[in-house]
Design a protein around this ligand. Structure first.
Ligand code: DP6
Length: 320
């Protein structure tokens, strides 16, 4: 194998503290609301692209498993932004976290893919171009091109949205409580579409989420951790409420999630200041001040096994 033709890139997953939930345009993945996220160091994808003129089609391996035509075609479409369509490749991706369990593997997956393709095909595309192409794979991936804090800001009148890094001084960290490693039953894409189409509170969600994003921007500037955490929780719970008001209703959360939230509220009363958020799956992510993350992690060990807890700091370095 000619190793000169293999290039590698790494990108980190992000977890939203104000959620992206709902699209105006399914193809361009234009969101209906602005979202804000933290880019986590422990959750990432490493992707390599092998260029080989002998290939007559693309191959895509995820965690060493050859993917079917449907999954491979999603990757091929993204590669077409970088290459001559006749040029076929082998893409190998490894996730540091369970795939499709609501741990945001698609955000790091598409971010790593565009970074790798940019290098492999010597394209020199800008960060914002890469962010836009990553978003065509999965909306939330556009935020993974920026760290430690990213905003995907939506201009609903212009039908446009753009991701960029948010400057703030507050030092944050997250602890992920893995309650379930299995693939989710309802993919975020399908759940989101179902809520846009049928949830009776969807208009309320869109208005509130856009207000929440604006508020979060100012809270991140003022270092008000309590207000940041409370706003994140309210935003999370309203997003999950949209699923309960869909027709038919559904939920990403299970009894373990609800027991966990009860526990978090309890330890908060005991002085462990941490706030929860959940995405399209039952797992819980806790927001902590960076200075307190070790104390909170230790407290959680009283209830959860070490193998189900991941402490993650935010990514500080740039990808270039
Ligand atoms: C609940 O980015 O996975 O995690 O654009 O359809 O690929 P598609 O959706 P995706 O949705 C993520 C939704 C979320 C909230 C968030 O990350 O903002």
């Amino acid at each position: 194998m000619d190793t000169k033709n293999i290039v590698t890139a790494k990108a980190h997953a992000n977890i939203a503290i104000i959620k992206y939930w709902g699209k105006l345009d399914e193809v361009k993945k234009t969101p209906l609301n602005s979202s804000i996220s933290l880019t986590l160091d422990k959750f990432y994808t490493i992707t390599s692209i092998e260029r080989n003129q002998k290939l007559s089609k693309d191959f895509f391996y995820l965690n060493d498993e050859l993917q079917n035509d449907n999954e491979t075609s999603k990757i091929s479409k993204i590669l077409d932004y970088f290459r001559h369509p006749d040029e076929k490749v082998i893409v190998r991706s490894h996730n540091s976290m369970p795939t499709a369990a609501g741990l945001s593997s698609s955000s790091s997956g598409y971010a790593a893919l565009v970074l790798c393709a940019n290098k492999s095909f010597n394209c020199n595309k800008s960060r914002s171009e890469l962010s836009y192409i990553a978003r065509l794979g999965s909306g939330s991936a556009c935020r993974s091109l920026y760290s430690p804090v990213a905003i995907w800001k939506c201009d609903i009148d212009e039908h446009k949205a753009i991701a960029y890094p948010l400057q703030c001084n507050i030092k944050l960290a997250m602890i992920i409580i893995i309650l379930n490693k299995n693939k989710k039953e309802v993919l975020s894409r399908d759940g989101m579409r179902h809520c846009v189409e049928t949830s009776t509170i969807f208009n309320k969600w869109v208005t509130t989420a856009n207000d929440d994003a604006a508020k979060m921007v100012s809270l991140l500037q003022t270092n008000d951790f309590k207000a940041i955490g409370e706003l994140m929780e309210r935003n999370t719970l309203l997003m999950h409420e949209t699923t309960l008001h869909a027709n038919p209703p559904f939920s990403y959360l299970n009894s373990d999630t609800h027991a966990c939230l009860e526990y978090i509220r309890k330890i908060r009363q005991d002085g462990f200041e941490t706030y929860f958020t959940m995405d399209a799956g039952p797992n819980v992510k806790l927001l902590c001040r960076e200075s307190e993350v070790h104390i909170i992690y230790k407290k959680l060990l009283e209830k959860y096994d070490e193998s189900n807890l991941v402490m993650s700091h935010l990514v500080e370095e740039d990808y270039d």
